[in-house]
Ligand binder design. Structure first.
Ligand code: PMP
Length: 392
């Protein structure tokens, strides 16, 4: 079946006119409402937050805090449970650096993690154990159950894989982590723009995501944490806005989340993120997910039909299809696709350990968004046929 943009939002994205953008997993294009919100914030409403006594600063503070409530509400959290960070990367670094180890020196990750959910733990001095994958590219939770021990402080998994699109059984992951007293951190970068998320029903302890993959601006993301846990963590960066009282002898800190937001924050980033959250909530994530599932099915069928294309990941991937044209380096594939106006990512996707597991140096990856439609897949297939002719 041909999906002629069931969501019908393509015209709201000014930057993809006459372009087949299939790299939304790297970063999402922005709908006009988000661009307008950012422009208005600078052109009409701009002032600092949390300090000014004048009215415009108070209004900007209210917008900034409204954005926090929206960003947390989107994933089922409370307003004070979200720390604004630069992105998911910084959110995971915050937890890795701040969380007291309490005598547990290991973290349990999986073989499909993004480097941003591997390297922060290594830098923080943890020993890493990596759960293997099932044949169709999911985190093998039977294996995780066998591997978890009381030495693990944290279990940290991608909610949706940025390479394979596989969706984690998050409730089971939470049960496994908690069975040995470990905390569960979910890297929700690819999940939040693609599927409904509810941290309360998952039962996770931390959840990280980036605004720019959710149709919002770069430079802003969220760390959600259960409030008691978040408020027990020590600060990790010092400066203005995060203190209660400073003297040369001793400084005390504000409660979470402010304790973790040293310095002037990304004010307009928050405003843009709020607009993005509203926009996507207007579509509903159920509808976005259904739309992307249909596109994945169409794309996998079309690429299989071409022949000589290897597909990775499960059939029910959330909006992401990694593939290789047999005998062709994915960089060559992506370069030829670029010539015909199709943008895909080619490389290791910041998941080098996963490439080792797949036994390939790299893959090409087509990833969808709310604006994607069958014309993108048709262009992709025409491009792949061209690749095969050139390298045939
Ligand atoms: N985790 C996953 C699964 C991702 O896809 C990405 C972005 N590619 C990140 C983490 C890092 O996000 P950011 O670069 O926005 O901090």
């Amino acid at each position: 079946t041909r999906i002629n943009s069931a969501l019908d939002v393509r015209s709201q994205f000014p930057a993809i006119e006459n372009w087949h953008y299939l790299d939304s997993a790297a970063t999402a294009q922005k709908p006009q409402v988000v661009i307008d919100a950012i422009t208005t914030a600078y052109a009409r409403d701009y002032a600092t937050v949390h300090r000014g006594v004048y009215e415009r600063s108070a209004a900007m503070t209210a917008s900034y805090e409204a954005a926090r409530a929206a960003a947390s509400g989107l994933i089922g959290g409370q307003p004070n449970e979200v720390v604004f960070t630069r992105g998911a990367t910084e959110a995971i670094n915050l937890v890795a650096r701040s969380l007291p180890k309490e005598g547990r020196n290991r973290v349990l990750l999986s073989q499909l993690e993004h480097h941003s959910n591997i390297v922060p733990w290594q830098l923080a001095g943890y020993e890493v154990d990596a759960v293997p994958l099932t044949v169709d590219g999911r985190i093998n939770l039977d294996a995780a159950e066998a591997m978890i021990s009381e030495e693990h402080r944290v279990v940290a998994f991608a909610h949706v894989s940025n390479v394979l699109g596989s969706i984690l059984d998050t409730k089971r992951a939470a049960e496994i982590a908690h069975s040995k007293g470990a905390l569960l951190l979910l890297d929700g970068c690819q999940a939040v723009p693609r599927i409904p998320v509810d941290v309360a029903s998952i039962g996770c302890d931390f959840y990280a995501y980036s605004g720019h993959k959710l149709y919002g601006p770069t430079g802003i993301g969220c760390l959600w944490g259960r409030y008691d846990l978040l408020n027990a963590l020590p600060p990790w960066q010092g400066g203005g806005s995060m203190i209660d009282r400073v003297t040369f002898a001793k400084t005390t800190y504000l409660d979470a989340p402010m304790r973790f937001e040293a310095g002037t924050p990304h004010i307009v980033g928050a405003v843009g993120l709020n607009a993005a959250v509203n926009w996507v909530e207007g579509l509903t994530l159920d509808a976005v997910h259904a739309h992307e599932c249909a596109l994945v099915a169409e794309c996998r069928a079309a690429l299989s039909g071409v022949g000589g294309v290897t597909l990775y990941g499960p059939e029910d991937s959330a909006g992401i299809v990694s593939f290789n044209v047999d005998g062709v380096h994915p960089h060559d594939t992506a370069t030829i696709l670029d010539d015909v106006g199709v943008a895909v990512r080619a490389g290791h996707h910041c998941a080098q350990p996963l490439m080792d597991v797949l036994g390939v140096p790299a893959t090409a990856r087509a990833s969808f968004a709310a604006h994607s439609d069958s014309s993108d897949i048709e262009a992709l297939v025409r491009g792949i046929e061209q690749v095969k002719r050139i390298f045939g």
